[in-house]
Design a protein around this ligand. Structure first.
Ligand code: TYD
Length: 210
């Protein structure tokens, strides 16, 4: 199974993916967790260009192409090989982030996003996608308080305002409304344990989760 996790900044994806990964591994499943942008040598280099704090605006189509280049590398070097070996893949962000951030929020034509995504993924689509949803202010508060303790050198998107992140959130909710069989919206405002339980509920039919 290929499962992706999406949501605005501070929605708690990485914590939840780690918990789910550990739960699946403990039950004997062969599972790989990876993330975007990154997960490969080229992807990590592209990530630095995209996320460097204070590096200012970038042309939205350039952004689209860079995220997509990192995705193409990840699909070919990590995701497809793992799937072909019969492993489960959990991916922190995938093509829905491009539709929400570069499409809905930055305003790149959705048909252009679709075409480039098709090229980058070769048509690979997750079996299921979990959107961790919470109000933008709550997400940004979490992201900011994290940055107070550890300076984040990769905060170019966190530096965008509430309006931008509201467009991103609306983008994810619109994607879920268009594709309800694949994309499940989970309320991410509760405790780590509560949110994990909601995620497990949405994945129990396709993963060995008891
Ligand atoms: P990251 O530090 O991985 O943040 P998070 O923990 O929120 O996933 O940064 C990834 C950033 O890149 C995040 O702000 C969302 C953005 N992004 C896009 O704009 N388009 C994309 O296609 C992807 C994959 C990410």
């Amino acid at each position: 199974m290929f499962i992706t996790f999406e949501g605005i900044e501070g929605c708690g994806k990485s914590t939840q993916i780690k918990l789910l990964h550990d739960k699946l591994s403990a039950s004997g499943a062969d599972v790989v967790a990876t993330h975007e942008p990154g997960g490969t040598h080229a992807g990590a280099e592209i990530r630095k260009i995209l996320l460097r704090s204070g590096s200012g605006p970038m042309d939205p189509v350039t952004e689209l192409l860079l995220f997509s280049a990192a995705r193409s590398e990840l699909v070919n070097a990590v995701i497809m090989p793992a799937i072909l070996q019969g492993r489960h893949v959990l991916c922190d962000r995938f093509h829905d982030s491009t539709f929400a951030y570069q499409g809905h929020a930055r305003g790149v034509d959705i048909e252009v996003v679709r075409t480039v995504t098709q090229i980058a993924t070769g048509g690979l689509t997750p079996e299921r996608t979990i959107v961790l949803d919470l109000p933008v202010e709550a997400g940004l508060d979490r992201a900011m308080s994290r940055m107070m303790t550890v300076k984040n050198p990769e905060a170019r998107f966190e530096e965008e305002g509430v309006r931008f992140h509201s467009l991103v959130r609306d983008g994810f909710l619109a994607i879920a409304a268009e594709d309800p069989d694949r994309v499940k919206v989970v309320d991410a405002t509760g405790s780590v344990e509560d949110v994990q339980a909601l995620i497990v509920k949405e994945l129990r039919d396709i993963l060995p989760l008891g």
